[in-house]
Design a protein around this ligand. Structure first.
Ligand code: F1P
Length: 350
């Protein structure tokens, strides 16, 4: 077995470092579109993993630049353009996200925005020379984050980090930029510390349901984690805004469920109350947080403590290696090949 996926998960801190080392080039490139970006609202567009990336990227960008930013699935851009752009079509700068730059819906969205709305477009991708990159007016490309695997892991975190770097440049926020530079070291430590735990979870349990909960910028990460376990291990999985889980989905809670909580600094009080309540329903809990406390220690069956000293919006990529490893090890525990998930291909072309 080739084991691309595991190597790509493990390589993330190295790729983040090489991306951070290119911050000056990214800055130079951003200066050519600064004015246009400053005058527009932003819309992040993608499919699958790249759509979930758009959700988290939109939160981070809105937070630091105080701009109006939204995320949409690429298909809605050409199926429901009126809902997305309504009568404000001149206001938006579109950012199209795609690892391959070949996904049909993303390319169609980019072409429609250019030809029907006459607006310029910007691509975020891992493949130079792709159709998306050639269609867009600007492109930020990170070839070192590209992957052999079908399932996106380091491309997700690296393209998210790239957008965070751009947000730090756009907002001229040096403190945010300094926080981002700490990520590779913390990421390496987290992978070393928690790889074994991620494997052990599946020696100790056989879950039939997986749920991921996160608020704000962590909601897109919860969705992406849900997709990792689904794609690699063919397991039923769902993601919700944390407090939404109480509005119906908790009917499904029982001992066959692994409930993963992304606990943020912003929503810690509400998150912990929910965690304690769910624990009483018999679920197994996995908590991913910056720092634990007595209440978390008591209610978490499995705990990932990042201890990074980095704030909520800057440390987002640090939360991802463990959910990616869960997908990988769950697949292994079921005798599946995470490099070659059933029914999936690296690029979805229609
Ligand atoms: C997005 C995507 C992935 C999915 C699969 C096929 O691709 O749909 O989300 O996991 O690998 O591609 P892209 O537009 O980012 O290349």
């Amino acid at each position: 077995m080739a084991e691309y996926t595991l190597k790509e998960i493990q390589s993330q801190p190295k790729v983040w470092k090489s991306l951070l080392d290119k911050s000056s080039d990214i800055e130079r490139q951003f200066e050519s579109i600064r004015e246009e970006c400053s005058q527009s609202d932003l819309i992040f567009i993608g499919c699958g993993t790249s759509y979930y990336l758009a959700l988290s990227a939109a939160s981070v960008y809105a937070k630091y630049t105080t701009k109006n930013v939204k995320a949409v699935a690429a298909s809605d851009v050409f199926i429901y353009p009126d809902i997305i752009f309504n009568n404000k079509r001149d206001m938006y700068k579109s950012v199209l996200i795609s690892r391959s730059g070949m996904t049909t819906e993303v390319i169609r969205a980019a072409k429609d925005i250019k030809t029907k709305l006459h607006k310029s477009t910007c691509a975020i991708s891992c493949r130079p020379g792709s159709e998306l990159v050639n269609t867009c007016d600007h492109a930020f490309i990170i070839p070192e984050a590209d992957e052999k695997s079908v399932v996106m892991t380091r491309s997700f975190t690296s393209m998210l980090l790239l957008i965070q770097i751009i947000a730090s440049i756009h907002s001229e926020n040096k403190a945010f930029r300094d926080e981002l530079s700490e990520l590779p070291k913390a990421g390496k430590r987290i992978i070393n510390d928690y790889q074994h735990m991620s494997e052990k979870i599946f020696y100790e349990n056989r879950f039939s349901k997986f749920v991921y909960l996160g608020q704000g910028p962590f909601y897109g990460l919860a969705c992406e984690s849900m997709l990792k376990i689904k794609e690699m291990s063919l397991s039923s999985s769902e993601a919700y805004h944390s407090l939404e889980f109480r509005h119906g989905p908790m009917a499904m809670a029982d001992e066959d469920m692994l409930l993963t909580f992304f606990i943020s600094d912003h929503g810690k009080k509400e998150d912990i109350a929910l965690l304690r309540e769910m624990k009483t329903l018999g679920v197994k809990t996995l908590v991913i947080c910056e720092k634990s406390d007595e209440a978390i220690d008591l209610a978490a069956d499995y705990l990932v403590e990042m201890n990074s000293g980095i704030s909520d919006f800057a440390r987002m990529v640090l939360t991802m290696p463990v959910p990616q490893l869960l997908g990988y090890y769950c697949a292994k525990s079921k005798g599946l090949d995470p490099d070659n998930p059933k029914n999936l291909t690296q690029v979805v072309e229609i």
